[in-house]
Design a protein around this ligand. Structure first.
Ligand code: GAP
Length: 444
């Protein structure tokens, strides 16, 4: 994990937020490569979950909502973790994550066992809307994106004219004042979620829970997380939320342990029922066949952008020993991202930078593909070093314009380039005119 955290900083995936002021615990900034990785992930999720489906539409709800939303959803009363204080070093700790010594919980900071009794700590960040700071203006930063979907259920149903089963999807920021943010970006205080609320008839719920579990596992495979790194944990009924009739956690084998990436939960009609009761507004669906009004049930696949991005980096990280041109063994660090997820899709290089014709041709190739995807032009340093720099950030292809390209070695390979594959380090020749189609095919 240390190597991954260091690479993330060195190459610009993730920085500590407000770093020059000493940071802010549990908050992270994504650098030039991290933002591309997250964008690729969110775009692919949106494509699979919304654009390629007839039965799902999107929503982009506000982060601040009427406080009553959080009263109705149960978050104000119960969205808490158990917290204890260490009387010795004053650390605040999550009671359910303490190490044990002689069967008694122990402070992981100083080792003391002099801890207070656990008490509930609400994870929502409070804020005030408007100029007065009192109870009447109090609300919270949303701790999940799901609630705006429930609250807008009626509006979306009316404008989209969907029939059950159908879903509403959303990607957006969520905030939780975690007692112990940890494991890099895994447990943060500010993070992004990708959530789908899939509404259905009550009798469809159990089957759709299985269906969405399958769809979501296929999604993870399609972004390059192999089955041996994924694990499905069926939450025992007694541990499920009281309104859930079944929940699966999709877990990933991180270097720090097997941990949750996504929850897929059958939440029954709990949320819509609560909002109908608290708002006094009907949140029912009219079934034209049976002429009945009823509150739909919902299955919710809820994933974390930051956790999945971290899983992608962990799964991609590899080191191998290779021998350079002079026969010297060296370690090659390579991020083996699926091309769909790779922050940079292709590096474009002139073989040397002191030849105007090579540089001009390489710039032309760069111009040919840059509007379609993230490409990186690099002319500095030996070609081998340029390849290594791209390997380290996971660029799956590199294109080099050489003397054959500009016809200096005869017409046979004129207007072709070498294309070098990150994983095998093998090289082929490819006509310049075929590069866009080749890359598009690899990224599809
Ligand atoms: N609407 C349901 C819901 O929010 P959750 O299991 O609390 O369920 C869903 O959160 C996902 O959001 C998690 O599986 C995880 O990927 C992500 N997530 C939750 N808390 C997080 C945190 N503190 N830091 C990063 N990601 C988090």
């Amino acid at each position: 994990m240390e190597k991954i955290v260091s690479l993330c900083k060195r190459r610009g995936f993730v920085f500590q937020t407000s770093e020059i002021y000493g940071g802010l615990n549990g908050c992270w900034d994504y650098g030039p490569l991290g933002v591309e990785l997250k964008r690729n992930l969110k775009d692919f999720w949106w494509r699979r979950m919304v654009r390629e489906r007839d039965d799902v539409v999107g929503l982009d709800g506000s982060i601040l909502m009427n406080r009553q939303v959080w009263q109705a959803s149960g978050h104000e009363a119960t969205f808490s973790d158990p917290m204890v204080d260490c009387r010795n070093c004053k650390s605040r700790l999550r009671a359910d994550q303490l190490p044990l010594k002689n069967d008694k919980p122990q402070c992981p900071v100083c080792g003391s066992q002099d801890l207070t009794e656990p008490r509930a700590f609400n994870l929502m960040f409070k804020t005030y809307v408007g100029a007065t700071e009192d109870d009447s203006s109090l609300t919270y930063l949303r701790p999940e994106t799901a609630q705006s979907i429930f609250v807008q259920f009626r509006n979306v149903l009316e404008v989209s004219r969907k029939k059950l089963p159908f879903g509403i999807a959303q990607i957006g920021k969520a905030f939780r004042n975690e007692i112990n943010p940890r494991n890099f970006t895994f447990r943060s205080r500010e993070f992004e979620q990708m959530e789908l609320e899939y509404f259905c008839r009550p009798e469809q719920g159990p089957e759709l829970l299985e269906y969405w579990l399958g769809e979501r596992l296929a999604f993870y495979r399609n972004i390059g997380l192999s089955d041996d790194l994924l694990h499905v944990h069926k939450i025992p009924p007694e541990e499920c939320a009281h309104y859930s009739k079944g929940t699966y956690d999709i877990e990933f084998r991180f270097p720090f342990g097997v941990q949750e990436l996504e929850g897929v939960a059958y939440r029954t009609d709990y949320d819509l029922k609560q909002h109908q009761e608290f708002s006094g507004k009907p949140l029912t669906y009219f079934d034209e066949e049976t002429k009945q009004h009823f509150i739909p049930h919902v299955v919710e696949p809820s994933a974390g952008v930051d956790r999945t991005a971290l899983a992608l980096i962990c799964a991609a990280y590899d080191e191998e020993t290779v021998t350079d041109e002079k026969g010297k063994a060296e370690t090659r660090t390579v991020l083996r991202f699926h091309p769909r997820m790779a922050p940079v899709k292709c590096g474009v290089f002139p073989l040397v930078k002191n030849n105007e014709r090579l540089v001009a041709r390489a710039r032309e190739v760069f111009g040919l593909i840059r509007s379609r995807m993230q490409v990186f032009y690099d002319e500095s340093g030996a070609i081998g070093r340029r390849y290594r720099r791209q390997d380290e950030i996971g660029t799956p292809f590199c294109v080099t314009v050489d003397f054959d390209t500009i016809g200096e070695n005869g017409p046979a390979n004129q207007d072709t380039v070498t294309i070098r594959y990150r994983d095998s380090m093998k090289q082929d020749r490819l006509a310049i005119k075929d590069i866009p189609a080749f890359l598009a095919q690899q990224l599809e």
